[in-house]
Design a protein around this ligand. Sequence first.
Ligand code: UGA
Length: 427
Amino acid sequence: MRNITVFGAGYIGLVTGACLAELGHTVVVRDIQAARVAALRRGEVPIYEPGLAELMEANAGRLSFALDAREALEHAEVAFVCVDTPPTPSGDADLSRVWSVIEDLKNAPRLTAVVMKSTVPVGTGDQVRAALDAAGLDHVGYASNPEFTAEGRAIGDFMNPDRIVIGASDPTTAHLIADLHKGIAGPVETMSVASAEMVKLASNALLATKITFINEIAAVCEATGADVEEVAAAIGMDHRLGPHFLKAGLGYGGSCFPKDSRALRAMASNSGLPFQLLTTVIDVNDLQPRRAIARLKEELGGLRGRRIALLGLTFKAGTDDMREAPSAIIASRLVSEGATLTGWDPMARLRDEAPWNRLERAETVIEAVTGCDAAMIVTEWPMLKEVDWASAASAMKTPFLFDGRNLLAPPLLQKHGFTYMSVGRAT
Ligand code: UGA
């Protein structure tokens, strides 16, 4: 078992830290935000991720938190970099937090390896290697070990991965990192550092492409009378295509797909390559929520003065994360069109800024839809299936529902008198 320091107490850092502690390692998670470290030391978990608080509590004896980098690195044999790499205005990833961690590593007396979990452009590993060498840390190994955990199921994804990708600078480091994962049942794929960096970006881009493809098919279904749910179910039965990420909706959001697809496109452009397919995916995804609002506007005969309820605001169900949520584009567009907004979400943490400061938040779905001209399901929260839609219909000014995630069965809503719209379904 090893002494590990994880840099970054965000989603990835906390999940990685808790899971490594669960595997038996002694882990210090270091963050630069004093309030966050203090909260973690009090046993508070600053993010919502199912099972994370329990896992951290169960491993409290092997998991500690630090603000001071020197203190965090005192015993560290392996350092995991799990800091965020937000987009810059050019679409390239901002690596300043990564570089500041690399700077901190110069104060690590027992370090044998650095593991990059942050999503970085291909070639970053070479640059880090050179920086470590220049700092006299040529004995420290380097590995890219991208994560493929999805929010809401991150612990299961970490503990039961489809694969563990390790791109290492040398075989000893590859072996060391593989060894850290002992106890996890998943095939280990070792490769070059650059390939591992690319696997992460390419995987997310292909998943984003798959979603976009089915969204485009949905639009064609709408125009031609086919039903995208029936189509996707049958497409997914082909083992070469698989059933996942074929859910048509309002477009992908979150902290990864939008950022990573732009980063991959920027990286390709920097080499003079246009990556037209990915450019189209990014454009179509931007269009998807706007198209939904255009359809709603047409159906309602205008949006000015309309009261609209948004049901679900987070970028997907099972998380409190609002990063790049399609709901933000939808809410902004509706406000620009002159609509007034109510909203319901069981977990979303809304900032006091546009467009959210223009939305009246309700405690229940019924409260949100009361007096509304229309409601729109934006996030596929399962509890929306349990709503008493008959009561919702009578509470609304006009029973009109745009199911942006194809969550409900059209006949059920129609039975309650709803005018029902969805994405790519013949209703
Ligand atoms: C995604 C990947 O799934 C993870 O493998 C990856 O590790 C992670 O990004 C990352 O790079 O850190 P995540 O962003 O948590 O995970 O969420 P997903 O479940 O992949 O959903 C992303 C977006 O796509 C959501 O807005 C979701 O609503 C949308 N989506 C997903 C669809 O519209 N249709 C689908 O069929 C699937």
